[in-house]
Ligand binder design. Structure first.
Ligand code: LRH
Length: 446
């Protein structure tokens, strides 16, 4: 019987349950179970399938037990900003809505017609993005949403999964910091802002720091996964990005930045304190909670989502979508087409291929036509976006970055890494691929 720490890592495109064991002082990972995370379009909205994800999580935990692991503890991390609302009895009031849903369109503009954007940034330190929890709640309040009226607690995705495992409802700091509702310096809820938004204060629970216990698995869960001992669920750095960033080695000789590469690309550095200057706001940087009291000072960039969506469409059309075919095809493809990856048209189009084609036509460029051309166009555009992100970062830091760690699943894309290195002109270090799970497990061990 091996003792294992279980990391449950939900990304925007897939989830995984990973066991971590110590062997002669080294952390050894065993990927127990991988599952897709799909967005569901229904009734004019885009949702996450929370019930399936919860079931997948339990399946993964059960598989770890069946493989002979004794569970020491469990930690859950997910993507940012999204949440579920529960009532006083703990019922989930609705399937969490995906941040790609169109309900937040125009909400930042409306909000900032009443609120001073500079003063707001000086408190929240958050890059304004329509997907942020603030704007999701603003949209719900505006439509007089029924759930909001009866909700007792707002739980971000990792809080929600943990709640249904343990019965303890709280809000972990790093994930709460993606909401745009925290005071970045005080590292807790900005209740002045919450009152101004007309949101009930009781929705926002205790903000707990990484490393805090979330409680123990409920008897019904233990029964379902087939164990009879107590297992503690730890509030890890439950925002996937912050968990991944926590494994990047900091060095006294090098000025290190990270690029957490997956559905999103998160480009930034670790900072001891939030940077809340007007320059940081104008450059589009956010201050999110990290490990050991640090701040992840970063830009949210639309990442491999564009390629993932293209590949999903090609798969449905019966085309080859293996990276081993697409990347070599991209390398030899002849196209100069470039897109602005952060353009809202790429956020949730029904057809990504069509969105790229239309973008190119509108911007007087010849659109890509083969699969290789599409992939080349997307990857070159991403590398270019990393270049501008890096330039912005260097303008804000006392010393320029000398090394970039590309971490997460996207770090396996060697062609993109090469394009990135060429674009930014400093060395790119690849991996680890499972940075988020490693960060998750390390936090549990601590
Ligand atoms: C990446 C991520 C990112 C943003 C986005 C919504 O998975 O967590 O940091 O918060 O999802």
């Amino acid at each position: 019987m091996k003792e294992a720490y279980l990391a449950i890592d939900f990304g925007g495109g897939s989830g995984r349950v990973i066991a971590g064991c110590l062997s002669e002082g080294e952390l050894v990972l065993d990927t127990i179970y991988r599952f897709p995370n799909r967005q569901v379009r229904m009734g004019g909205h885009v949702y996450w399938d929370f019930l399936s994800l919860f079931e997948d999580m339990k399946t993964g935990i059960r598989m770890a037990v069946e493989k002979g692991y004794t569970l020491k503890s469990i930690g859950i991390d997910t993507w940012g900003v999204d949440f579920g609302l529960i009532d006083k009895q703990g019922n989930l009031l609705g399937n969490p809505v995906c941040y790609r849903d169109s309900r937040t369109e125009g909400m930042p503009e409306e909000f900032f017609s009443k609120v001073d954007v500079k003063a707001h940034y000086a408190e929240s330190g958050t890059q304004v993005m329509a997907i942020n929890t603030l704007f999701q709640l603003y949209a719900m309040k505006k439509e007089d949403n029924a759930q909001l009226k009866v909700a007792d607690k707002l739980l971000f995705m990792p809080d929600l999964f943990s709640y249904y495992l343990t019965g303890v409802a709280n809000n972990e700091y790093s994930i709460a910091s993606t909401s745009e509702l925290l005071d970045a310096k005080a590292r807790t809820w900005n209740f002045k802002l919450i009152r101004e938004l007309g949101l009930p204060e009781h929705l926002f629970g205790e903000v707990v720091m990484p490393g805090t216990s979330r409680g123990f698995l409920k008897p019904e869960i233990k029964e379902q996964i087939g164990i009879d001992y107590e297992v503690e669920v730890i509030a890890v750095v439950s925002h996937d990005t912050a968990s991944a960033a926590s494994v990047v080695p900091l060095s006294s000789e090098e000025k290190v930045a990270f690029l957490s590469s997956g559905t999103w690309s998160l480009l930034g550095v670790m900072s001891d304190e939030p940077i809340l200057t007007e320059e940081a706001r104008l450059a589009g940087f956010t201050n999110e909670g990290g490990t050991d009291g640090k701040i992840c000072f970063l830009q949210n960039i639309t990442g491999l989502w564009i390629l993932q969506k293209l590949m999903q469409e090609w798969k449905e059309e019966g085309k080859d979508v293996a990276y081993s075919t697409l990347l070599p095809a991209a390398e030899v493809a002849e196209t100069d087409a470039l897109i602005d990856v952060d353009d809202t048209t790429f956020q949730c189009p029904v057809s990504m291929a069509e969105a790229i084609t239309n973008y190119c036509i509108t911007h007087q460029q010849t659109p890509p036509s083969t699969q290789g051309e599409f992939v080349k166009c997307v990857l070159r555009s991403l590398a270019l976006r990393y270049k501008t992100g890096m330039e912005a970062l260097n303008r804000l830091l006392p010393e320029p970055v000398t090394k970039l760690y590309v971490i997460g699943g996207g770090s396996q894309n060697k062609y993109l890494n090469r394009l990135t290195e060429e674009a930014i002109g400093i060395p790119v270090v690849e991996g680890p691929v499972e940075a988020t799970a490693i960060g998750n497990i390390r936090q549990q061990m601590k």
